[in-house]
Each structure stands twice: as C-alpha cells, then as structure tokens.
Design a protein around this ligand. Sequence first.
Ligand SMILES: Cc1cc2nc3c(=O)[nH]c(=O)nc-3n(C[C@H](O)[C@H](O)[C@H](O)COP(=O)(O)OP(=O)(O)OC[C@H]3O[C@@H](n4cnc5c(N)ncnc54)[C@H](O)[C@@H]3O)c2cc1C
Length: 359
Amino acid sequence: MAGLAAAITAARAGAKTTLFEERERVGQKILATGNGKCNLGNTAKEPWLKYNNPGFVRSILSEYGVNAAFWRSVGVKLFEADKRLYPHSLQASQVLNALRSAAESAGVETVTASGVSDKDIAPNGKEGYLVFSRPFKKLILASGSGAGIGCESYFAAMKFGHALMPVYPILGPLITDKSTLKGLKGVRLPAHVRAKADGKTVAEASGEVIFKDNGVSGTAVFDLSVFLGRLGYPAADLYFDFVPELTPEELKEELKEFPVESFVHKELARNILSMGNPEKLLKAYPVYRAKAGSMELAQAATGGLRTDEFSDMTLESKLSPGFFAAGEVLDVDGECGGFNLMWATASGQAAAKGALSGL
Ligand SMILES: Cc1cc2nc3c(=O)[nH]c(=O)nc-3n(C[C@H](O)[C@H](O)[C@H](O)COP(=O)(O)OP(=O)(O)OC[C@H]3O[C@@H](n4cnc5c(N)ncnc54)[C@H](O)[C@@H]3O)c2cc1C
C-alpha cells in the first residue's frame, strides 16, 4: 500500500517512477484487509495515540489526516462506520483496482515478479543508487512486514546500516498452554481479558474470544496481542472475565439463582465446574503461558527499521541521503481499526514528497 501511494504521488508530480514488486501483482495484501472490505483509515481524534510510536507518526498523520484527498483523487469513495473508514463499495478489490489504474495513468512503471535483495542495490556515486544496474536518484523502501505472508522484508536495514527493532507478529492469535483449553475448540463468546506477567497486569482488552486447540483468537485477543507484542511478548498468563458487567459480590448473589451453564457455553461451564470455584473462574478463567502466534496468521508486525534514524517529516534516512522508508517496514504499528493502512498511505505520500524535493 505505501509503495503504491508513494509511486502515484511521485509520478503525478512528474518524476519518472518505477515500482519493483516481488509478487506477480502489486498490492495483493490489500485484498485480504478488513475481511475483504479494506478498513483503510480511522477518523479518531489524535490518531497517533493508537500507534507504538506516537511522537514519530504525529506530524505526518497531522498533515495527511485520513488521506481523504488522496482517496478522492484515485476514485475511492469513503464510507464511515464507528470511526472506521472503508471504501463505499465495501470491496478491497475496488481499492486495489483504483490504485493500480491511478498508478498506470500517472505513468508509473511497474516491474512485478521482481524481488529486490540487498545484492541488487548499489551506490551510484553522487547520482543516487543502482537497482538491478538501473540508475535512480532516490529510493523508497516500502516492503512492509511478513505479517499475513511470512516473507522477510527488512533487507535494506543491513544494506544502509540501519538498525532493526525486534519484530513480533501482532493483531493475531496467541499460542498458549493447552491444559485449560480441553474441549473448548471453536467456543466463541465475549470477554474481558487480562494478561499478567510476574503477578502484574501488563495488558487488557475486551471483545470476542475464540478458543482454539493450541491457543486463543478473536478480536479481544488480537487487541491484546498488540500490547503484548510491543512489550516483546513477556511470559504472561491470561485471565478471562466472562461476566465483566458483574462485580464479584453481584456474581456471588446471581450464582445462588442461576447455574454456571446459564452464564457461559456448556463446554466452558463443564471445565469451570470440574476445576471448582465458579465464582472465581467466571471472572478469571486462566489460560497459561501465552506466546506470539505465527507471522502468517497475524495482520501486522511490531518492530522494524528504527524510526529515530529517519526524518519524521520526509522519512529520509539520516544515514543514507536519498534513501527513504515508508509503511510497516518502519518500526510503526497501529491498533486494529484502519490505523495500519492509514499510516501506509500517509507515509507513502510523505516519503514521495520528501524524495521529490531537490529533484
Ligand atoms: C489479513 C490481513 C488483514 C488486514 N486488515 C487490515 C485492515 O483492515 N486495516 C488496516 O489498517 N490494516 C490491515 N492489515 C495490515 C495492513 O495490510 C498492512 O499494515 C499494510 O498493508 C502495510 O502496508 P505496506 O505498504 O507497508 O506493506 P504491504 O502492503 O505489505 O506492501 C509491501 C509490498 O512489498 C513487496 N515486497 C516485500 N519485499 C520485497 C522485495 N524484497 N522486493 C520487492 N517487493 C517486495 C510485498 O510483496 C508487498 O506487495 C491487514 C493485514 C492482513 C495480513
């Protein structure tokens, strides 16, 4: 997404622009976003607070906002639901088609099935860089993360001497100990979940929980994974509150009237009864030793290229003039709600504008 936004912005300003893509077609990840509906932005006030790195993203997000002008310019009509922005068609394919045709009309040269590795990039004296022996005055790295696909996209960290913050999958399921998951595979219900490490609550979230045979998933778990990932996944146990609307005292009274099965799914009720102490377990059902899930099942990654080595206005490298980075390849991640695509689009435009200066 960031590469397409950058290429369209640069080419529209008159720069000869080439987009190298290792897959058969550009922007394929977009098709999977938002369950095929593409949640491409969010109208939250002070959106930077939803990122791991608010100080770094603030000025770019303040300038580009929700990218409404960009989306209008490529022919994507926006639709807002609960602050989340989608294409009005509710089809990610419409967004991708619009971006591809905007790139084509702007004159972007697209070179697909063409993965760029560090060996394919070389300095070209004071003239910029060579990519596959072709000269370019400026380079923008927008290779994303391996989330959802599992590829390695940080090669340029080494090439240009940039440091990499540790990368962890986020916005995905967690793998856990199986001892308290027995019989629960497929059970889904709302809950408030707390992650505790060394006896302290380190993260919490509310929403749907889905039990799996080797861990937990669902919107609450996805949100929780963002906070745990940003902490580098400390050794944490999870505690699920299935009756967050009731105080412990209220629950105690209600349990005199209603059986455990009337509060939760029967399989969960069975586990709770076999473990004893429903009063405690309905408010803090334990699932032990939560770890990061796979990169392939995650929607994003936390970590990436260290942001203090890039300008927070132009995204130009402070180590290699003429080299820029945009999107998720940087150590920038946002919470669920369209923040990651919003950063990709805004940062792509910012990097292109930065690269255009001095051309
Ligand atoms: C299933 C799923 C659902 C999601 N849903 C949402 C959502 O609804 N809203 C939201 O905000 N975010 C969502 N995200 C996250 C969002 O898609 C990403 O944060 C965003 O696409 C990142 O943009 P990017 O341009 O940095 O990277 P990408 O969009 O991943 O683009 C990077 C491109 O670089 C290419 N590439 C990588 N390495 C090389 C190389 N060496 N040479 C050439 N090309 C290379 C890749 O093939 C890819 O096309 C979702 C992610 C997934 C996996």
